[in-house]
Design a protein around this ligand. Structure first.
Ligand code: MD3
Ligand code: FE
Length: 222
């Protein structure tokens, strides 16, 4: 895997360390530091999106409030409430369409998918998760998208988190991986339906986000 990838060295010239590739399980790869040079521009875009569609702690269908706050951009946004999980084209809090997906988001996601061997990925949804210390995301599968042959690309920003990647069944023992700011993960094929989650966030400080962690997940919803 490592040698089949060709991350352009020029893009990462200067005094930042070059990105590198780490497989987690079959068909799930971490592109370490892939987004490091774009941290500031990505965070500025998150601030602008959140000015139009503020972060909110949504309700699960079971009536629990999620500890992770979320907002979305792109054609489709993922929402949850008492009637279930779904993608919709408008923000339920405002009734307005979700903010457009910034080009830097789309280009980063397409570039990462390409590096991981997925051609033709064109995300129509970006879910933005915001974790404060103490927030977590329990083991779950992402199955609200239409076409499971499309990968999911995730970008981590801010303080580190322990990401858990299980298997196709809830009982499969998860592998833990620390995701730090600028890390990008691409999941497809046999890993697409794997259970995954994020352990309770420990407190920390990041120069750009303070005590927060953001995660962008790029999906093809429809
Ligand atoms: C593995 N977010 O938003 S991103 C989610 O860090 C979600 O906020 C986590 O799980 C976070 O649904 C993890 C990584 C991720 C996303 C989708 C996956 C891992 C995945 C789909 C299949 C397998
Ligand atoms: Fe998920």
């Amino acid at each position: 895997m490592k040698n089949s990838l060709s991350i352009t060295p020029d893009l990462f010239a200067g005094d930042l360390p070059a990105p590198w590739v780490e497989p987690i399980v079959d068909d799930a790869v971490v592109l370490r530091h892939f987004a490091l040079e774009q941290e500031e521009v990505l965070l500025a875009a998150i601030v602008s999106i959140a000015a139009q569609a503020p972060f909110r702690n949504m309700q699960t269908p079971g009536g629990h409030t999620m500890s992770v706050a979320m907002t979305c951009c792109g054609e489709w946004g993922w929402v949850t409430d008492s009637s279930g999980y779904r993608y919709q084209s408008t923000d339920p809090d405002s009734g307005l369409p979700w903010p457009a997906m910034p080009k830097v988001f789309r280009d980063l996601a397409v570039g990462a998918a390409t590096e991981a061997g997925y051609r033709g990925f064109e995300p129509d949804a970006c879910l933005i998760n915001r974790y404060r210390p103490g927030a977590k995301m329990g083991l779950h599968q992402d199955k609200d998208e239409k076409d499971f042959s499309q990968p999911i690309v995730s970008v981590s920003l801010g303080i580190p988190a322990t990401f858990q990647l299980g298997g196709a069944r809830r009982r499969d023992r998860p592998v833990n991986t620390t995701l730090t700011s600028g890390d990008v993960v691409v999941w497809g094929q046999s890993a697409r339906m794997n259970y995954h989650g994020v352990l309770r966030l420990k407190s920390g400080q990041h120069p750009l986000t303070g005590d927060l962690r953001y995660n962008l997940t790029f999906r093809r919803a429809r």
